[in-house]
Write a protein that binds this ligand. Structure first.
Ligand code: ADP
Ligand code: ZN
Ligand code: ZN
Length: 759
């Protein structure tokens, strides 16, 4: 390979051209390469020699020929068309620039794995339609369909799915029945299905016809109420131009119905809709609702999907075969042949912010993308982010409000249980216990929320006070009953739990409560009750989550204990009591966004109660019932809370009244990260003095709030600016200087633009 790379290093001549190529390496620059003959297409992949290796990059621009420079040749052109589309490529270039990240890596994020590895873009030529057929008439009774399907359960399920459906898109069958390729082949061999390998258009028509016949016709099962109708009309009137809307609707106000109405209009105009949801909210319920409304030509994208399915969905979206794309964060980069609308549900959710590598914010990029594509974008939330609310107040988003729950359902009553007066046992106070008992007697469902897995978050010696801590992190170990283990929830390290003190040998006490302890305790108190625990220990796969949620829906559960996993997106219509075990962790956080996150979380969880006709009740256990944030949660007073919060942010000069960037560094050496960031600060301060950007403020480098994590010592450096442009002007040269600084090799470092979590 090295010899080859050397051989193609030639001096450019007039006959050949030059293109800029972004390579998937952590380098914040692009490279020039030469080509001969027809220019490689912008947005297409090329193989290029890079050092001693060959890498797969993407052509991002054409360059005028530069005769005097020695440039290497492109070794192979892989694509003849722009894989992303012009606007999406522009978005990615913009984003790499804005987040000061390697463009090559950003482009990788947007490509399916197969394409990153250089596989050709195969058209889904298998986008044929299939249908069931009766087996050939024969005198051999063994040949009946039933007999042919004996001992082949998957084949039987597919066959029965297809029976009476007419032609069905093969892609839909693959989505519906994962890993069904072999089964379909066998069915074909047995003569039980026939496959129409039609030309693209024919297959498309067949698929369309199939979608219309198999799945419910896309009629709206819900009659929108006037505020919903107004919102849908306002969004619907915005066609073929950019417009951004904040759909601020209380929990259960029917925001989904508005999105779907807007999406349906967009689809009726022949355009595609992109719907983004937070990682955790991609529930089977939501997917089913969307498919029911928009038909089967919806493709779903999330992290649990296999690479192959992602690729399939990516292609369907890119070719315009999918009318809607429903996905989590990275779905914002899905290529769309004919985009018409973007929806960002729960826009405040911080899972939209990527927390490592390419640290983009999918909501912000959705807005940018909509403006590049000239289409509307809808941000929906019951508790908009302070940035979003501020932008709406400034007139940058048009505000649409839904202030009631349709059908007369009311918001739940929220009350506090003062933990100073009612000491909890195993996490649960007497008043909460009595309330649960009462609901159980009425045969109603209760939900008990605690965002802490495990049995006990603290293992401490009763004699000398020694606490079990993680050797690799500044964190305590959580005791887990399953396997009697201590687990670190930060680095994942687990070990056998020693129940004797490591310091004095005395007995260890398990203090505080996690979800396992709640389960244990409630089981003891209510032996008859059917209790389900939903947390990451219990619900390890999407299938398990689906099973659990279905059981809850069908009323097969009396008490649901859960973490964040069940806070959002799920419609638990039978739950009438929500108990919040611990709300105080966030009241004393160092993060200036903590009150906002607390408000969002408690509103979400409370929103699970009383969504049907029975009125709901929420009981929050707290030692601080007078706390202003909790008081505004009790009154369902988002506006009051937000006004107060924004006033504080303005006074303290925090976002949205300033813009932040956070340098982070970590090292196994105890002092290296901090030393390195002091150096970064010095470099920055020199640049700041040079370019006289008064609005920018470089703070001191400090040790991170949790200094040690997974064996590394961490430090951070905050930069703040009143003006975004000034911040980016400074960062441009600053990052470049650090990237080329030999000291940068002493620590792992990263730069986070608009950081959402300060730790
Ligand atoms: P949100 O996302 O705003 O919290 P959802 O969209 O989940 O609320 O709607 C809550 C419930 O209200 C759902 O069960 C939905 O079917 C129902 N719903 C929505 N709009 C209407 C309407 N116009 N009439 C009756 N029920 C509605
Ligand atoms: Zn001890
Ligand atoms: Zn740890």
């Amino acid at each position: 390979m090295r010899a080859f790379a050397a051989a193609v290093t030639l001096v450019a001549t007039e006959q050949t051209g030059v293109v800029q190529v972004a390579v998937p390496l952590p380098l914040r620059r692009v490279f020039d390469y030469r080509y001969e003959g027809a220019p490689p297409v912008r947005g297409g992949r090329v193989k290029v020699p890079f050092g001693a290796r060959t890498v797969i990059g993407v052509v991002v621009a054409n360059r005028p020929p530069q005769p005097r420079r020695r440039l290497k040749f492109i070794s192979e052109v892989l694509d003849t068309e722009n894989l992303f589309g012009e606007k999406l490529l522009d978005l990615l270039i913009w984003a790499a620039h804005y987040y000061h990240h390697s463009l090559g890596e950003a482009l990788q994020t947007a490509l399916p794995v197969a394409l990153r590895k250089g596989k050709p873009v195969t058209e889904p030529s298998r986008s044929h339609a299939i249908r069931a057929r009766s087996p050939e008439p024969t005198h051999d009774r063994e040949q009946s369909a039933q007999a042919l399907l004996l001992r082949a359960p998957l084949q039987a399920r597919i066959y029965h799915h297809l029976r009476g459906s007419g032609w069905v898109d093969a892609g839909a069958i693959r989505q519906h029945f994962p890993n069904s390729g072999a089964a379909v082949r066998r069915l074909r061999e047995k003569g039980l299905v026939e496959v129409a390998v039609a030309v693209e258009e024919k297959a498309e028509m067949a698929a369309r016809a199939a979608a219309a016949s198999v799945f419910c016709p896309p009629t709206n099962p819900i009659t929108l109420n006037p505020p919903q109708q107004h919102a849908a009309d306002t969004i619907g009137d915005c066609t073929a131009r950019f417009g951004s809307f904040l759909l601020h609707g209380i929990t259960g106000s029917g925001k989904t119905a508005v999105y779907l109405e807007a999406a349906q209009r967009c689809i009726a105009n022949g355009a595609q809709t992109l719907i983004l949801v937070p990682e955790i909210a991609l529930t089977p319920q939501l997917v089913a609702t969307v498919k029911e409304r928009l038909g089967d030509r919806v493709c779903v994208l999330h992290s649990a999907l296999s690479a192959e399915k992602r690729y399939h969905a990516w292609r369907r979206a890119r070719q315009g075969h999918a009318v809607a794309v429903l996905g989590t964060r990275s779905a914002v980069f899905t290529p769309l042949k004919n985009p018409g609308l973007i929806v960002v549900d729960e826009e405040h959710d911080i899972s939209y912010k990527q927390q490592n590598g390419f640290r983009y914010h999918a909501r912000d990029l959705a807005i940018k993308r909509a403006s590049l594509e000239n289409i509307p974008v809808v941000l929906g939330s019951a508790t908009p982010a302070m940035e979003t609310r501020h932008n709406a107040q400034q007139g940058r988003h048009q505000l649409l409000r839904l202030s009631d729950r349709p059908g007369g359902a009311r918001l739940p009553r929220i009350n506090f249980i003062n933990l100073k007066q009612h000491r909890p046992f195993d996490g649960i106070s007497m008043p909460l216990l009595r309330a649960i008992q009462q609901r159980l007697a009425q045969r109603e469902q209760c939900l008990v929320f605690l965002n802490r897995r495990g049995f006990a978050p603290l293992a401490q010696c009763y004699h000398c006070g020694w606490q079990a801590g993680c050797a690799r992190c500044d964190a305590r170990l959580t005791y887990h009953r399953a396997g009697e283990r201590f687990q670190c929830h930060h680095c994942g390290h687990a070990s056998k739990a020693e129940m004797a003190c490591a310091a004095c040998g005395e007995r260890i006490l398990l203090l505080g409560a996690g979800t396992q302890r709640l389960q244990h305790f409630l089981k003891k108190k209510f032996p008859e009750a059917r209790i389900r625990r939903l947390d990451r220990d219990q619900v390890t796969t999407q299938e398990k989550l689906e099973r659990e949620l279905e059981a809850i829906q069908r009323g097969k559960t009396d008490i649901i204990i859960g973490t964040q996993l069940l806070a959002k997106g799920h419609d638990f219509s039978k739950v009438t009591l929500v108990g919040i075990v611990d709300s105080d962790q966030r009241l004393f956080s160092v993060d200036f966004r903590a009150p906002e996150y607390l408000f969002q979380q408690l509103t979400q969880v409370s929103g699970r109660a009383g969504r049907a006709t029975s009125p709901g009740e929420v009981l929050i256990q707290t030692a601080q019932p007078e706390h202003p944030t909790l008081q505004s949660i009790r009154r369902h007073d988002f506006d009051g809370f937000a006004d107060h919060c924004l006033t504080e942010r303005r006074a303290a000069n925090y976002p949205p009244f300033s813009h932040l960037a956070l340098w982070r560094a970590e090292s196994t050496d105890k002092t290296a990260a901090l030393k390195f960031l002091r150096h970064v600060a010095a470099v920055g301060n020199r640049k700041l003095a040079d370019c006289r950007l008064q609005q920018v403020q470089i703070m001191d480098a400090v040790i991170s709030p949790m200094e040690k994590l997974a064996g590394r010592y961490r430090a951070q450096l905050m930069v703040r600016s009143a003006r975004r442009s000034a911040l980016h002007q400074l960062l441009g040269g600053w990052v470049e200087a650090i990237e080329n600084d030999p000291q940068a090799r002493r620590a792992r470092w990263s730069l986070d633009i608009d950081p959402m979590e300060i730790f």
